[in-house]
Design a protein around this ligand. Structure first.
Ligand code: PNS
Length: 165
C-alpha cells in the first residue's frame, strides 16, 4: 500500500505498557487520523517477555479504548514492512533521556535504510514520565514497590500477581 501521511505506527514491546507509552500514543492519536499500536511478537534482541503477545495487546487495547482512532495489533515482521502493509508513513516513538537517543538513532537508520519513504517521528516524553520504563516497572513490581500511578490498573494487578515475591 502507498504510504499515507495520515496513518502512523506506534511500535514497541510493551512488556508491559506504561503510562509513558500511553501518553505518547494519545499525543500521536491527536496528530494523525489513524494510529496503529504495533506490539512486537518476536523481540529477538531481548530476553523472554513477562507477558505473552496476546496479553500485551490486550493491555494496550484496554488502555486505549477511549481513543477512537487507535487500533492495536501484534506484528512479527520487520517494522517497516508492517508499516508499509498498513499504509503508514510515520513511525512515532517517545524519546526520554539522552540514553534513548543512541538506540533510537540506530533503529532510525536501520529502518530508514530498509524503507526511506517511512519517516520516524519522535515525541519528547512528558516530564513526569521521563524516567519511566517497562523494565523499571518490572523491577519495582518484583520487590513490592508502588506502581499504581505508573501503569494502567489492569497492568498493575497482573504484574503484582506474576512478579511479586
Ligand atoms: O525498544 P522497543 O520499544 O521494544 O522497540 C521495538 C521496535 C520494534 C520499535 C524496535 O526494535 C525497532 O524499531 N526495530 C526495528 C528493526 C525491526 O524491524 N525489527 C523487527 C521487530 S523486533
Amino acid at each position: 500500500m502507498a504510504p499515507d501521511n495520515r496513518i502512523a505506527i506506534c511500535p514497541g514491546t510493551f512488556d508491559p505498557v506504561t503510562n509513558g507509552h500511553l501518553d505518547v500514543i494519545a499525543r500521536a492519536s491527536a496528530m494523525y487520523d489513524r494510529v496503529i499500536v504495533a506490539v512486537v511478537n518476536l523481540p529477538w534482541r531481548k530476553g523472554k517477555t513477562v507477558f505473552s503477545a496476546e496479553e500485551r495487546v490486550g493491555f494496550v487495547t484496554g488502555a486505549t479504548r477511549h481513543l477512537d482512532n487507535v487500533d492495536v495489533e501484534p506484528f512479527s515482521t520487520l517494522l517497516v514492512d508492517f508499516a508499509r502493509e498498513r499504509g503508514a508513513m510515520a513511525i512515532v516513538k517517545g524519546l526520554r533521556a539522552i540514553s534513548d537517543f543512541e538506540y533510537e538513532l540506530e533503529m532510525n537508520q536501520l529502518n530508514r535504510r530498509q524503507d526511506p519513504e517511512i519517516e520516524s517521528v519522535y515525541l519528547m516524553a512528558s516530564a513526569k514520565y521521563s524516567f519511566l520504563s517497562s523494565s523499571g516497572i518490572k523491577e519495582l513490581a518484583t520487590f513490592g514497590g508502588e506502581i499504581d500511578d505508573l501503569v494502567p490498573e489492569e497492568v498493575a494487578g497482573a504484574l503484582k500477581e506474576r512478579l511479586s515475591r
